[in-house]
Each structure stands twice: as C-alpha cells, then as structure tokens.
Design a binder for this molecule. Structure first.
Ligand code: IFM
Length: 445
C-alpha cells in the first residue's frame, strides 16, 4: 500500500545493502554505443579532476559485474543500489534507445535476482548525456521532459523485475557543486544557472515519479537526498549557514515532499516558476533515501558566486581519511529530525568512510578506522530507531573503491580494495566486519 507522504505499514525486514553509481564503477565508456556524458567531458578539461583521472575504465564493472555480484553474495546483502547511465541507454539523451546498453542492465538485474539480491535502481547519479548539456542540460526546462521520457523507457524495460526506484541521487549536491561551486560537471559558478537547475531537477523528479507509478506495478519510489547539519565556522558566519542549509538540505526535499521551497530560496526561485509547478513537483512517494557521512562547516565568502564557501571542521573534531568530521550523534539526530519533518520511512542509502589506504606488506587492507566509523554510525542508527525514527534499511557506500569524482581514484570508500592496474578486487577487513554485522542482525530477526 502507498500512502501519500505518510506512513507505510512495516511489512518487511530491515534491508542491508551496498550502493554504487554508474560513472564511478562501470568503465566501458566508449563501448557498445554508449554516448558521452558531462563527466566524460569534464574529466578531459585541464585541472578538473585529481591526477587527470577519468571514468573510462573505472572498476570495469560493465564486464566484471558477475564477479561483483559474487562479492555481494559473500557479504550477505539483501539489496544492491546502483544507477543507470542515461547515455548508455539513450546515447544522445533522447530519441533512439541503445539496445546493447539496455541489455547490460538486463543481465545485471537478472544476475542479481538469481543471487537473491534485490536491485534498487537510481535513475540519475550525475552522468547527464553530453548532447543534452549542449542544449543547456538542467538549466533548460525541457530537461524535465527528457528525463520523464528516459524514466518511461526504464520503467517499461525493467519494471517487471525492479520495484524499488529512486529518481535522483543527491540532487542538491550535484546542482550546488556543478552549477554553483564549479567543482563537479558541468563546472559552472553561476547563481542563475544553479537556481534554474534546482527547479528543473525538481520538475524532473515529479514527472518521473508519475511515470514510474503509471508503468511499474507495485513500485516503491523515492529520491536519495544528502542531508546533514551545517555549522557556521564562527558566529559571524550565521547568515552563510542559513544560505547553505537552504541549498544543501532544503532545495529538493522541501518542494518534493512538503510542496514549498525553503523560505531563504523562495524569492529567487519565484521568477523561474510557472503556475502549477509545485503541484507537479510534490508527488506521493514511499520513502526518503538518506545519504549521510558527516556534518559540514561553512564560512561567508562575499567574493564567491553564492556568498559562502565550505570550510574545514574545527581542529578538535575527529576526521576520516579524507578529512570529513566524524560525528555519529549528528547522524542519529538527523534521522530523528527527518522522521519528524517528512513523515516517511527512511532508507539510509549511503554512509561510509573515505581514506587513502594502501595494502600492507602481506597485501591485506586492515581498515580498522573504517570499521570503527561504521560501528559507531550503525550504533547511532540503532539509537535513532529507539528514539522513534522509522528507519527501514542501511546501505554502505561503497561496495568497491571507485572513481571519487573530482578526487579521482585517490580517495577510497570501498569495502573492497581495487587494484586498478590489474582490476583485482581485494576484500578489506571492513568487508568481513560488515558481513558479520549483517549475519548477526539477520539472526536476531
Ligand atoms: O562517491 C560519492 C557518491 O557518488 C555520492 N555520495 C557521496 C559519495 C562519497 O563522496
């Protein structure tokens, strides 16, 4: 049963899973008719990505997906969240579909189901077809319609076997970083492009939810939001904190789930809106997907396009191997806050620990810091449930080390170490730890 932005009866077990994304793992960038995405373009621009890395080969998951499913089976996960590369199935973003690309996801989905792992499909994890970017991409209102057509193709093709669909992964983040800060593709620092992209992604979400609902019987739908507390670096940065919170935490979930923009953005979005847009955006969904790693810290920056910038955590905060603050209490508080604010079952679709680790002399990866982090965060999750938060699942980011966007391959988040030159996959100590956690949790029912 689906309840419009309300509670769904809890009929299933808690879901343990892992998450990945197409551009970060698939590779095969020029194979079987895949078209270029904005990330292919961005990676080729000077100084955009650390070390000049690209997703051309990545983890070669396109060819090695069967090996990766064996890893998932060994982990004991019930679910795997991955994304479909829009340019692999629609090389120019619209028009003729690419049968070879579609067939890859058929193989992947069928093999997952055979292994007893439920596929959770995200339609968009940042690899916009370049041909659509050439027409303005998310700054063009038509992009919402192109996305709805793409969603129709996916729903019709896979809806017989896939029931769990997310429209977007971290929509506030890819718009802010891609159109506001210029750190991600397409690399713009343009306030009005950012505001347009936000609104058009929101329209695309609403349109895709309608399409998925219409074409997939028994669909369970949501979107995956990054949501974390934002802290001002100093008391003088309080206005910056309010602005960042509106962009980072509010710009998509509020219109999509509550039917209004955060008040700090209202006046700026107003001129872009057309009559009826908020009703088109706010469609009934079944769950709230949360990606959460760390709180974030902000400083005012009058010289920048948005008037603020992200800054380091305070020196007394413990940090991950990529410098993110470790704060499991903030995770628990966020779960409770989201539960109360949006009144939807929550699935944690990403949580994980980034570092720059290398194998030891014996070729093993003893990632005790990742284990400590995951133990503290899953314990916080249990606390949040005890405090009443309706959390139904937890997915680790990520199964494998992979292409970490503008950080390239240097930052590693996997439970499995990737030896990129040989494509050898080496489970880290955290892999066994997570497998054990899942096993004991499932034994306790
Ligand atoms: O790798 C990313 C992922 O694509 C989106 N969420 C955060 C992860 C770690 O930075």
């Amino acid at each position: 049963m689906t309840v419009s932005n309300g509670r769904r009866p809890d009929t299933g077990q808690f879901v343990w899973g892992v998450s990945t994304a197409s551009y970060q793992i698939e590779g095969a960038a020029g194979e079987d008719g895949r078209g270029p995405s904005i990330w292919d373009t961005f990676c080729r621009q000077k100084d955009r990505v650390a070390n000049g890395d690209t997703g051309d080969v990545a983890c070669d998951h396109y060819h090695r997906y069967a090996e990766d499913i064996v890893l998932m089976r060994d982990l004991g996960v019930q679910a795997y969240r991955f994304s479909i590369a829009w340019p692999r199935v629609l090389p120019t973003g619209r028009g003729a579909a690419n049968e070879l690309g579609l067939a890859f996801y058929d193989r992947l989905i069928d093999a997952l189901l055979t292994a007893g792992i439920e596929p959770w499909v995200c339609l968009y994890h940042w690899d916009l077809p370049q041909a659509l970017a050439d027409r303005g991409g998310w700054t063009n209102r038509d992009c919402a319609g192109w996305f709805a057509d793409y969603a129709t193709l996916i729903a019709r093709r896979y809806g017989d076997r896939v029931k769990q669909f997310a429209t977007f992964n971290e929509p506030t983040l890819f718009t802010l970083l891609g159109y506001g800060f210029g750190w991600h593709a397409p690399g713009l620092t343009d306030r009005s492009a950012l505001l347009g992209a936000i609104h058009h992604v929101n329209l695309a979400h609403g349109a895709a939810i309608d399409v998925l609902r219409a074409h997939v019987s028994g669909a369970s739908l949501g979107a995956i939001y990054n949501y974390q507390p934002c802290f001002a670096a100093t008391p003088a940065d309080e206005a910056a904190r309010e602005r960042l919170t509106a962009f980072w935490d509010g710009a998509m979930p509020d219109p999509q789930l509550l039917g209004h923009y955060p008040s700090a953005l209202d006046a700026e979005i107003e001129p872009i809106q057309q009559a009826g847009d908020l009703a088109r955006i706010c469609r009934p969904v079944d769950w709230f997907g949360l990606n959460h790693y760390s709180p974030i810290y902000v400083q005012s920056d009058p010289g920048s396009a948005l008037g603020f910038r992200l800054t380091d955590p305070p020196p007394d905060k413990k940090r991950t191997g990529v410098g993110w603050a470790i704060d499991p209490q903030a995770f628990a508080d966020t779960l409770v806050l989201l539960d109360q604010r949006y009144r939807l079952p929550i699935f944690v679709m990403e949580n994980g620990f980034g570092s720059r680790e290398q194998p030891d002399a014996d070729g093993r990866i003893n990632d005790q810091s990742r284990i400590d982090y995951l133990a503290a965060y899953t314990s916080a999750l249990r606390d949040a449930i005890k405090r009443g938060a309706d959390v139904r699942g937890y997915f680790v980011w990520s199964l494998l080390d992979n292409f970490e966007w503008n950080s390239g391959y240097g930052a590693r988040f996997g439970l499995v170490y990737m030896d990129y030159p040989t494509q050898r996959r080496i489970p880290k100590a955290s892999f066994a730890w997570y497998a054990n956690l899942i096993k004991s949790a499932r034994m306790q029912g």
